[in-house]
Design a protein around this ligand. Structure first.
Ligand SMILES: Cc1ncc(COP(=O)(O)O)c(C=O)c1O
Length: 368
């Protein structure tokens, strides 16, 4: 059966190029590739395997289930779980050789009483320096580290924190987080805690705060070819890995004054032709994009007319030479041009992260 529907083309060669560009940029420091949320919509297994081939040895996901999916697909690298420790998932984490995020005193208590028998649990200790999400407050790091040291059956492989504003033009807050993290490292040193991996840098910090790279960087967005914001230097020639397309499935002639889609918020100004495109917000087309949005067919930008539906959207094709089955570009690149996710994000006051991670399970992913 011929597939009719939206497609997501994932250019793994570009992912690999982005990886090498980034690796070069950071003087070949190891990179912990963040492949959570299905690799930001790109396919966690395929992305992980492609990066492993290039020498990546550290990956990070959010949930245990995401880690297990990678293991079951044969991924060998170390995998850090970013999520809050799930006390009921420790057995599973051990079985699948997943590295635990320890981000509270309660987490330590759980590990203390955990009967590991012959296993040593590999952990990364997380300290909060200003994100106010997971992590022990930086000014309690000393107690946190001492209690961690008292647990014999854990190996403190990593020590880390996370920036809240590293992708912004004003780096005052990020720098204050970095100062706090450096103070935490001094505490660790005083206690003779020498983790193999010290990490703080996400994509924003890699570009904006090179002094925060320590001995490994933790990145997602740059690998996928997007910039975390418009307030970071953009001289790294990375390119988007993902291209999103969908087919035209219906073409209709309409009169001036015709209302299109839910709410009837769009009305044609003249007689024209409207095409129905088979992709909607359930596939990952950002719904607010309908106000100013367009798709590309060859070198023409065709306006989205009216609200994007769950499974379909409509465009004004005028007299363009389009027929059933022709693919339009929703974002990404083809031989005719590019629509940048970053530009869509800016227009609809969103971020590239939101847009790529919202790509649903329905579009067919095609890897090259
Ligand atoms: C804890 C943590 N580290 C690193 C990252 C990677 O961020 P980025 O994609 O900006 O590099 C994320 C992503 O949100 C994260 O939650």
């Amino acid at each position: 059966m011929n597939y009719i529907g939206s497609k997501v083309y994932i250019n793994l060669k570009q992912l690999v190029k982005n990886y090498h560009l980034l690796s070069n940029k950071v003087g070949n420091l190891p990179i912990m590739a963040t492949v959570k949320a299905n690799g930001y919509g790109h396919g966690a297994v395929e992305v992980s395997k492609a990066l492993e081939k290039e020498g990546v040895r550290y990956l990070a996901v959010f949930t245990i289930e995401e880690g297990i999916e990678l293991r079951e697909a044969g991924v060998q690298s170390d995998i850090l779980l970013y999520s809050k420790l799930n006390p009921h998932g420790i057995d599973s984490a051990i079985k699948h050789k997943l590295t635990l995020n320890i981000s509270s005193f309660d987490d330590l208590k759980i590990l203390e009483t955990y009967n590991t028998q012959e296993h040593t649990l590999k952990v990364h200790l997380k300290v909060d320096t200003g994100m106010t999400r997971l992590g022990v407050p930086h000014n309690q790091a000393e107690d946190f580290f001492k209690q961690a040291q008292d647990i014999n059956h854990i190996e403190i492989e990593g020590l880390y924190s996370h920036f809240a504003t590293a992708d912004e033009g004003d780096l005052t807050y990020a720098k204050s987080q970095l100062d706090k993290f450096n103070a935490v490292l001094t505490v660790a040193e005083k206690l003779s805690i020498k983790p193999l991996l010290i990490h703080c840098s996400n994509s924003g910090a890699i570009l904006n705060l090179p002094e925060s790279r320590f001995n490994i960087i933790r990145t997602g967005m740059l690998l996928y070819g997007g910039f975390p914001s418009d307030e970071v230097p953009q001289d790294l020639p990375i390119k988007p890995v993902m291209t999103f397309t969908a087919p035209v499935v219906e073409i209709r002639h309409v009169k001036a004054g015709t209302h299109i889609s839910y709410g009837g918020v769009y009305t044609t100004k003249e007689d024209t032709r409207i095409a129905v495109v088979q992709a909607g917000f359930a596939d990952g087309v950002p719904r607010p994009w309908y106000v100013d949005g367009f798709v590309k067919f060859k070198d023409q930008n065709l306006k989205i007319t009216g609200r994007i539906c769950m499974d379909q959207l409509m465009i004004d094709i005028g007299s363009a030479d389009i027929k059933y089955g022709d693919e339009v570009l929703i974002f990404g690149s083809n031989e005719h041009g590019t629509i940048l996710v970053n530009d869509i994000a800016q227009t609809i006051d969103s971020t590239s992260y939101v847009i790529v991670a919202a790509i649903g399970i329905r579009p067919k992913r095609i890897y090259s």
